[in-house]
Design a protein around this ligand. Structure first.
Ligand SMILES: [Zn+2]
Ligand SMILES: [Zn+2]
Length: 333
């Protein structure tokens, strides 16, 4: 088996080559596997000729983003086994956003687990990631540095509700700016569960909420375009959930806070709620998967930092996936 970084993770067994979360538009592989709908992972939906697999939820979410036609796609359910020649693919939940998978790839030469983006903590909208025993673990390292230790989610949730109340009491409107897919839905659920204040959801967030709702994740919110939303805002009786990059400087009525794991590094008002694993979560997940080799990816400079800690603390061979191609054959490393 050969694993290589090729604008995506390529895994080859006996001439069968598959690609995971590719970025490129020229894809010469037997199939593409797509872990979830965030744009940095779902490019393959724009490449018509390649056979592709993802969850049904991922396809629905991708289609909100202007992908009008999807060819050669097949839905794959959690724990379903798909055979691509001698390669078997089994998806497991990755705990990140609706429909997100980690892929177990079993070949006669050994088993690989590819995490995509991963969250092992219990969230309000999706099941946490499951560790899977494997020979080679390919793991994201977005927060793969000891600098990133998130406070417990309940504490962050309480801080968010307290801050919103303060802003409302001052006669202003609190706005939480977050990734429209994932964190935005978590924020809505936090307020549904911990506060009587109604949630007003920006249009771009609401259309994603609707996909969550069709798949059984219930939320209470008023869409911002709705007449009722205007009334709630005028009466200073709402929190707004809006996309990260929305410019709100046109009105002094709004006070905004960013919601992201990067909050630990921000100066402006922000909350470190994240749909990714933090450093201790990553280390624990790696140790639970009992891999022989760990390949880090998707974390920029954190790729080598995480790999260094895995070697030092867990005594497992580890390096960034784009450093060198990796060959592996049933037990012979
Ligand atoms: Zn993601
Ligand atoms: Zn990502």
């Amino acid at each position: 088996m050969r694993i290589k970084w090729e604008s995506g993770v390529s895994i080859e067994h006996k001439g069968t080559k598959i690609i995971l979360d590719p970025h490129s538009r020229s894809l010469n592989y037997k199939a593409a596997l797509i872990t979830h709908a965030h744009v940095d992972h779902s490019h393959a939906f724009k490449v018509n000729y390649i056979p592709k697999f993802s969850s049904e939820e991922t396809r629905e979410l991708v289609m909100l983003d202007g992908v009008s036609r999807v060819d050669r796609w097949r839905p794959i359910k959690e724990k379903e086994r798909i055979a691509i020649d001698e390669v078997e693919v089994i998806p497991h939940p990755s705990g990140h956003v609706l429909g997100s998978y980690e892929f177990e790839i079993a070949t006669p030469e050994g088993t690989v687990l590819f995490t995509g983006d991963l969250n092992t903590r219990e969230s309000r909208t999706v099941k946490p990631a499951e560790p899977v025993q494997c020979d080679i673990l390919i793991i994201e390292s977005t927060y793969g540095s000891p600098d990133f230790v998130f406070p417990p989610d309940e504490i962050i949730a309480r801080d968010m509700v307290d801050w919103a109340n303060e802003i409302l009491n001052a006669g202003k409107i609190p706005v939480f700016q977050a990734d429209s897919l994932g964190n935005a839905q978590e924020i809505i659920r936090i307020f549904n569960e911990n506060s009587a204040t109604p949630v007003v959801s920006h249009r771009r967030v609401s259309r994603i909420n609707r996909v969550y709702e069709t798949h059984g994740c219930r939320m209470r919110y008023v869409d911002m375009e709705d007449e009722h939303a205007r009334e709630l805002i005028l009466n200073r009786n709402a929190v707004i959930v809006a996309p990260k990059r929305l410019d709100l400087s046109f009105s002094s009525d709004y006070v905004s806070a960013l919601v992201s794991g990067w909050a630990l590094k921000f100066r402006r008002k922000s909350f470190p709620l994240s749909d990714h694993a933090d450093f201790p979560n990553l280390m624990e997940f790696i140790s639970d998967c009992k891999p022989k080799i760990v390949l880090t990816y998707h974390g920029g400079r954190h790729d080598s930092i995480l790999a260094k800690y895995v070697e030092k603390k867990l005594k497992i061979r580890a390096y960034p996936i784009d450093l060198i191609p990796t060959s592996f054959q049933s037990g012979i490393v």
